[in-house]
Design a protein around this ligand. Structure first.
Ligand SMILES: [Zn+2]
Length: 548
């Protein structure tokens, strides 16, 4: 870019300036201008690729969310844009995951789409079995894409010209690959057939004739044959050639990939040379995205495997919150998705942002990330009509052990909510989180009967504090009111006004009072926030348990 004055020619702010801090908008700018240079007037192509070789890890969602957010921004600006999602279901089956019948090892080397689904699955193949939950999760997340089965592409002959070209140019491809390895090799072929007899890829190409396209291969199973590649649809290009071939074939302008693809000699680096030198295309704009980790996911049942999937995340958080995690972080920033107690803090942050947005106080980048979380170019995602704080819902679900009538009573007290539907789907997510992620020993069990021994042992000041609490319950029966009440009791005992700043002595007295209440109500020193716990337990039962 030429050096020039810092001010803009006409002094006007462009759309990009107004969301300057938002990474999605910056990539959209870049992709739109690049697409106009490469293929003016054509729909802009963004791409992702997923291998349905097993449960698709939640961390891999970034492979889809990054181009989704960029494609969505491009659509919002009124450009035609397709997000292609390649299902790499023609890749070989590499290993049998733990928990699956070990006899599946006989299928190693076959395309994922030719391997039977795990026992008991309603799906026709291994690939379909693992695609299905991902497709459902993407639908819930509002991700609009065009799925492409690489099995269908290869077996229908869609890539025939590209395969013949790659074979003709095999020496040139090998020369590119040789830039990254020390020794030369003989007889390189970028195409690998799946064996006609055993369906596996344990094959070696032994000869190829460019003119006739006759290709001879042998297989470790003992089979061997000569086919005409111009008519043969049972094999695929090796990965480092397959990927750049598809960039050119599909005209991909944006496709991010994980850091593991970016080392010297890796598919991204090599592909960038092969796409131009062999296929006459261009490499996409392709940011490297950083690792997404998971914190604190409870061990899953062995039938499901120990892999956290997007579907697992959507069981405990609403789609907009999961979208927000990806929208607010640049692809180069790693982050963690919380399955542990942190999810409550995450939801607090999300609700606080919602209030800032509603109040017109959000910064441009915050506003952009929030907007990308709650809606797509196609429209808004479903929301919870009455979004009670997640930690409150979790405590209610915990204390009531999921009893609907009790939950409804408490929600009515907490926020005048008249039906559970108003609190859904957030209520269901919090309930699910309590049920699946909070260990039994951390669950709250409200005492059935008063702790007579503890009550008998109390001193005069403690009895007085409990009496003050019980006297104030009805007048303070709301989360805010009970907060004032429980903090206020030790202040009043110390002769302070309920609004006064607590002294260190009063703070100590508050801690002791709260611990006493927890012991009397749930038999432990800690528990859910006291106002929530008191409302969940109910005034009558509180009175009974504190000996009033
Ligand atoms: Zn074979």
């Amino acid at each position: 870019m030429a050096a020039g004055p810092p001010s803009r020619k006409n002094g006007a702010m462009s759309a990009a300036d107004s969301t300057e801090a938002d990474w999605v908008s910056r990539f959209a700018d870049e992709v739109i201008s690049e697409a106009e240079r490469r293929a003016p007037g054509k729909p802009i192509v963004c791409a992702s690729g997923l291998s349905p070789s097993g449960p698709i890890h939640l961390g891999n969602l970034r492979e889809v969310m990054t181009p989704h957010l960029v494609a969505d921004e491009i659509r919002r600006r009124g450009h035609a844009c397709v997000h292609l999602l390649s299902w790499d279901d023609y890749d070989r089956f590499r290993r049998v995951p733990a928990g699956v019948d070990p006899s599946w090892a006989e299928h190693i080397g076959k395309p994922l789409s030719s391997v039977p689904a795990p026992p008991g699955s309603p799906y026709g193949s291994w690939a379909e079995h693992f695609k299905a939950p991902m497709e459902a999760a993407l639908a819930e997340l509002g991700v609009e894409y065009r799925g492409i089965s690489q099995t269908e592409q290869y077996t229908s002959g869609a890539y025939r010209e590209q395969i013949l070209l790659a074979m003709r140019e095999r020496e040139r491809i090998d020369a590119v690959l040789a830039r990254y390895r020390s020794q030369q090799r003989e007889g390189y072929f970028p195409y690998k057939p799946y064996c006609e007899l055993c369906e596996r890829d344990l094959t070696t190409v032994t000869a190829y004739d460019d003119d006739s396209t006759e290709l001879a291969y042998t297989c470790e199973c003992g089979f061997g044959e000569t086919v005409r590649l111009a008519e043969h649809d049972r094999g695929k290009l090796v990965w480092k050639v397959d990927w750049p071939m598809r960039w050119a074939y599909e005209g991909v302008v944006f496709e991010p990939s994980g850091v593991d693809h970016h080392s010297p000699g890796s598919a991204w680096i090599v592909g960038g040379q092969i796409v131009g030198e062999v296929f006459g295309g261009e490499q996409p704009i392709g940011p490297m995205y950083a690792f997404v980790g998971i914190t604190g996911m409870a061990k899953m049942s062995s039938s499901k495997g120990d892999v956290p999937t997007p579907a697992d995340a959507l069981e405990i958080m609403e789609a907009p919150v999961l979208r927000w995690l990806y929208a607010r972080r640049k692809p180069s920033q790693s982050f963690k998705i919380a399955f542990d107690q942190e999810i409550q803090r995450l939801y607090d942050e999300w609700d606080a942002l919602g209030r800032k947005v509603a109040g017109g106080e959000a910064q441009p980048a915050e506003l952009a990330a929030h907007g990308r979380a709650v809606r797509t170019a196609a429209g808004p995602l479903p929301v919870t009509p009455r979004p009670v704080a997640y930690r409150t819902l979790a405590s209610i679900a915990d204390v009531t052990t999921g009893d609907s009538a009790q939950i409804l009573r408490i929600l009515g007290d907490v926020d005048a909510i008249g039906s559970l539907e108003e609190a859904r789907p957030r209520l269901d997510r919090a309930q699910r989180w309590i049920d699946t992620q909070v260990p039994a020993e951390q669950r709250t069990r409200v005492r059935e009967a008063p702790d007579a021994e503890l009550l008998d042992s109390l001193g005069e000041a403690e009895r007085e504090a409990l009496a003050m609490l019980v006297d104030g319950l009805d007048a303070h029966w709301s989360l805010d009111g009970l907060t004032t009440l429980v903090y206020g009791v030790p202040k009043r005992q110390a002769g302070l006004d309920p609004d006064a700043k607590p002294t260190p002595e009063v703070k100590a007295a508050q801690r002791a009072f709260f611990a006493l209440l927890y012991r009397l109500l749930v038999g432990r020193d800690t528990g859910p926030r006291l106002p929530t716990l008191l409302m969940a337990v109910g005034a009558d039962r509180v009175r009974k348990l504190v000996g009033a």
